[in-house]
Design a protein around this ligand. Structure first.
Ligand code: SF4
Length: 160
């Protein structure tokens, strides 16, 4: 019997029951006005920087995601997952954080069958500051299973 891929499993999770985890290292380190608190990096609503974190967050929340965490490390991301109890997760981080984070999320679940699907997009350029990721890949992961009219309305507004 063919098992479903993690992408297929995430696509079946209601958008309002998903969260997006992003690594803070994607921000433009020289110009980012965001400030950290214990829940992660807080972006001011009027931030005008050309920044993938802002774009991914707007798309996810616009599609109905229940939360976005811009985490400085796996422990912060795990606290967020514990608080939000998502049924599906999209995560963008470096290999080390992804391995730690996926293991940590598995550790939170009482049984293997309760582990939410986690679609991971690794960084394309690593290095802890000013990292990069394939933006289209992340946007496709965020929108998995979303009704096409929702995704199209996002495109028509020119919203990346
Ligand atoms: S959108 Fe980007 S640049 Fe602006 S505050 Fe958030 S992380 Fe920093």
């Amino acid at each position: 019997m063919k098992l479903d891929t993690v992408e297929e499993r995430l696509a079946r999770v209601d958008l309002t029951k998903r969260v997006l985890l992003l690594s803070h290292c994607l921000r433009p380190s020289q110009n980012c006005p965001g400030k950290f608190d214990k829940k992660g990096l807080r972006c001011p609503g009027d931030c005008a920087e050309d920044c993938v974190i802002g774009r991914f967050s707007r798309v996810a929340l616009g599609l109905g995601y229940k939360g976005v965490c811009v985490a400085a490390g796996g422990a912060m991301a795990l606290r967020f997952v514990r608080e939000y109890s998502p049924e599906g997760i999209v995560a963008v981080a470096c290999d080390r954080e992804l391995v730690e984070g996926v293991d940590g999320v598995k550790g939170l679940a009482e049984a293997e069958t309760q582990v939410p699907p986690i679609v991971v997009v690794p960084l394309a350029k690593d290095g802890c500051v000013d990292t990069e990721v394939d933006e289209e890949k992340v946007l496709r992961a965020i929108a998995l299973g979303a009704p096409s009219e929702l995704v199209n309305s996002r495109d028509e507004r020119g919203h990346p």
